[in-house]
Design a protein around this ligand. Structure first.
Ligand code: PEP
Ligand code: MN
Length: 352
């Protein structure tokens, strides 16, 4: 439930609404906005009697949030949430953010080489798994802490922000220390302990849709993050399981406009895991941006045939450059633009 205050409402009137909500046994969260202040009521799992709030002075109206997810809903917050990273990259609003890099950090040389090339082509966020969720326990599991250190070195060298996955609650602290964005992978979308921990970290979180999760379940998982006080959340459509075996997953592009109408959170697309096929990544990346995605996550490897994971869906570096050019065109047609590149930022950072 959302108690919308009149524009003329005073601090005291807002304070009285907060107090009344607490007396009723719920949590109150004031939400200042451009137009008006609202006070969110959380902690209820069903209907709340609004009569005691409607009568208070300064109250314009009481809106019953119709979805089981509350703080992530558009009803709760009309304006788009914009996630801003330390390097200035903004995710959401009119910008389109490009996250790119290998599936896994494999060596210091591999991640530095990739980061320099991607930065030169205009990507501002570097991806790379240090803790890898692999279907087989015998597959490469990632370099762990060593991988995080190489990612941090690549950030220092290029100015790119870093996104990398936390596989379990025990990883959250160290990932938060090294990364700009904590990734929660598809297999962990409903790991509620992990969501709570990531929510408490204070770092932006990239939440990937589970491979058989509904959009409602995705939004409810995001609600766990916001319920912990973290509204710096980016959603990611990365494909769902389908009956068709031609592609690794079925990239559900409908989810993008659906999520945009239901939620104020930014949503990006990952056509690499969404298709599993290198040649299909670029067309689906174009389609995702055309559908309204706020960004892309793309797997890129300097030598995909040598990759320790997901080589078949990783673009060659020059292919990523072509993709960037095409995305810039599509963005322009939609009155949007790709996040400005960081050329010169690294030297600017080291000079300061
Ligand atoms: C990844 O991005 O490295 C990854 C494992 O993706 P997903 O969780 O979507 O499978
Ligand atoms: Mn991968």
């Amino acid at each position: 439930m959302l108690v919308v205050m009149k524009q003329s409402a005073t601090e005291e009137e807002i304070g009285r609404v907060v107090e009344q909500i607490r007396v009723m046994g719920y949590d109150a969260r004031p939400i200042p906005g451009h137009q008006r202040t609202a006070v969110g009521l959380i902690g209820n799992d069903g209907r709340v009697d609004s009569a005691r709030l409607e009568g208070l002075s300064g109250v314009l109206e009481v809106i019953v949030v119709s979805h089981p997810y509350k703080q992530v809903s558009r009803e709760w917050r009309e304006e788009d949430t914009i996630v801003t990273l330390a390097n200035g990259t903004r995710i959401g609003g009119s910008e389109i953010a490009l996250m790119a890099g290998p599936c896994a950090v494999e060596s210091r040389e591999q991640i530095l080489e990739t980061a320099h090339a991607l930065q030169a082509m205009g990507a501002t966020i570097l991806r790379g798994g240090a803790f890898k969720p692999r279907s087989s326990p015998y597959s490469f599991q990632g370099l762990g802490l060593e991988g995080l250190r190489y990612l941090a070195e690549a950030r220092e060298a290029t100015g790119m922000a870093v996104v990398t996955e936390a596989l379990g609650t025990e990883d959250v602290e160290v990932v938060a220390e090294y990364a700009d964005i904590i990734q929660i992978g598809a297999r962990n979308m409903q790991n509620y302990a992990l969501l709570r921990k990531a929510g408490q970290s204070g770092k932006p979180v990239l939440l990937k849709r589970g491979m058989s999760a509904t959009i409602k379940e995705l939004l409810l998982s995001a609600e766990y993050l916001l319920a912990e006080g973290n509204d710096q959340v980016i959603l990611c459509e990365r494909g769902v399981r389908s009956f068709d075996t031609h592609t690794r997953n079925l990239l559900d592009l409908t989810a993008i406009p659906v999520v945009k109408s239901l939620s104020h959170l930014p949503i990006i697309a990952d056509p690499s895991h969404g298709t599993g096929i290198r040649a299909k990544v670029t067309p689906m990346a174009r389609a995702a941006v055309a559908a309204g995605a706020d960004g892309l996550m793309i797997e890129v490897h300097p030598r995909p045939e040598e990759a320790l994971s997901d080589g078949a869906q990783s673009l060659y570096l020059p292919q990523f450059g072509d993709l960037m050019d095409q995305i810039r065109h599509i963005a322009r047609a939609l009155d949007r633009h790709v996040v400005p590149s960081l050329h010169g930022t690294a030297s600017a950072i080291s000079a300061s």
